[in-house]
Ligand binder design. Structure first.
Ligand SMILES: [Mn+2]
Length: 427
């Protein structure tokens, strides 16, 4: 049922949207003008020739389309919105986008609403001075959004950001959407490059760089750091290249000319906090293993420790006879008095599509939005707790609330894990 069949993958290729008749008529701008502009790099470089030889004309075509879009938006200000808990793939690609867009005098503000939670992400941002800003929905209210002419989604399709609705309500149009997750909804973007069969958005961005959208230069410190970030993003989304495919390896090979291996090593050396270790311990204690699935609820955890959930799932999936791990908990944000159920799935089973699995397990909310999705070998979900959020002063009440969510999530998961059993009786 969850076959990751080549047919499905191919079909997603054709999902690139039809030209939108309401788009500014960028087609009318003669292409030669685009490529002759003095501030712009040549669009056909060595890499482009290589990509063409390989028959990967899609990357070339998308680069040219993106260039046209950027030209049409010269001098704009844009918001680059990342998922609430941005990962290295998202962080590095947003930075690469900012550097590319800068050449067209487009000023980008890279923002996220949640937290940098994984120790490696904190190290990445600190050690490279990666230019991102935390804007909570509260912060957004204090900003004058009228100075932004467009927004950009990278490595996400808005479903994992609290900021999307406010930005849309402010009437800011979606100008660029670049992602490798399965299509999550019917967002309309002027430029769109969604390639679910590519393992990392960093691979897509490296291809843009190779085709000449930005000429990396090892004498420019920022370029070296951005290449290092992209290498980290690419490695982390491909399980240290173990799930990388040819084009990911080709992208890594290209980045190897520019990245700083020592800096990457320093990022990877970042240690886990004790609290994260404690969550991993809880996941080990609480896990139930059925039909090669390992499922663990870890109870309440602090907002800043949210990344402990995917890290626990990463760990549980390494157990013998386990191919898929799902870990979830209630993440509590004290500042915002917000509670949300957050879960992560990791799988080594090639025929299990995390996106389909999560959508099938949890379904959609009343507005028709799925609670989560995924990409190759990994997925995640977020279930808002609405009216049941907060008021945990009474520990018996908090415990009861956790048990209700825990039971409900287990039921939904076990329905797929043991299709023939009654999940309630199966324990
Ligand atoms: Mn990614």
């Amino acid at each position: 049922m969850y076959l990751n069949s080549p047919v499905t993958q191919f079909e997603s290729l054709s999902l690139t949207k039809e030209p939108n008749p309401e788009e500014p008529e960028i087609e009318k701008a003669p292409v030669e003008v685009a490529f002759k502009s003095p501030s712009l790099p040549p669009s056909v470089g060595e890499g482009a020739i290589y990509l063409n030889h390989r028959g990967n004309s899609l990357a070339q075509q998308k680069s040219e389309e993106l260039q046209k879009t950027l030209l049409a938006h010269r001098h704009d200000r844009q918001l680059v919105i990342l998922q609430d808990f941005p990962d290295p793939d998202a962080l590095s690609c947003a930075w690469a986008y900012q550097l590319i867009a800068q050449q067209y005098d487009i000023k980008c503000e890279i923002i996220y609403a949640g937290a940098l939670s994984h120790q490696e992400n904190i190290a990445l941002v600190r050690l490279t001075n990666l230019p991102i800003h935390r804007w909570t929905p509260q912060t957004l209210k204090t900003k004058d959004l009228s100075c932004y002419q467009g927004f950009v989604l990278i490595d996400n399709q808005g479903t994992t950001s609290q900021l999307l609705s406010s930005v849309q309500q402010a009437g800011i149009p979606l100008v660029v959407l670049i992602d490798h997750h399965s299509i999550q909804g019917d967002l309309q973007s002027e430029f769109e490059d969604i390639r679910p069969y590519v393992r990392a958005t960093a691979t897509i961005f490296t291809q843009y760089l190779q085709t000449g959208l930005l000429a990396l230069d090892t004498s420019i410190n920022q370029h070296v750091k951005c290449a290092t970030a992209l290498m980290h993003g690419l490695r982390s989304d491909t399980n240290r290249l173990m799930q990388a495919q040819e084009e990911d390896f080709m992208a890594a090979a290209y980045l190897s000319r520019f990245y700083d291996a020592q800096l990457l090593n320093a990022i990877l050396q970042a240690n886990r906090s004790k609290r994260v270790m404690d969550v991993i311990e809880r996941s080990l204690k609480n896990r139930i293993v059925q039909n090669n699935f390992s499922i663990a609820g870890v109870g309440y955890l602090r907002y800043e420790d949210r990344d402990a959930i995917p890290q626990a799932a990463d760990f549980l999936v390494t157990e013998e006879n386990v191919h898929t791990a799902v870990v979830y908990g209630i993440v509590h944000d004290e500042d915002e008095e917000l509670e949300i159920v957050i879960g992560s799935l990791r799988t080594s089973k090639l025929t299990l599509d995390p996106d389909e699995f999560i959508k099938e397990a949890f379904g959609q909310d009343s507005a028709g939005r799925f609670f989560g999705g995924g990409r190759t070998s990994a997925g995640g979900f977020e279930i808002p707790m609405g009216f049941l959020s907060g008021s945990n002063e009474n520990s018996a009440y908090a415990k009861m609330k956790w048990e209700v969510f825990d039971t409900q999530i287990k039921q939904k998961l076990l329905r797929l894990v043991n299709p023939r059993d009654n999940p309630i009786q199966s324990e």
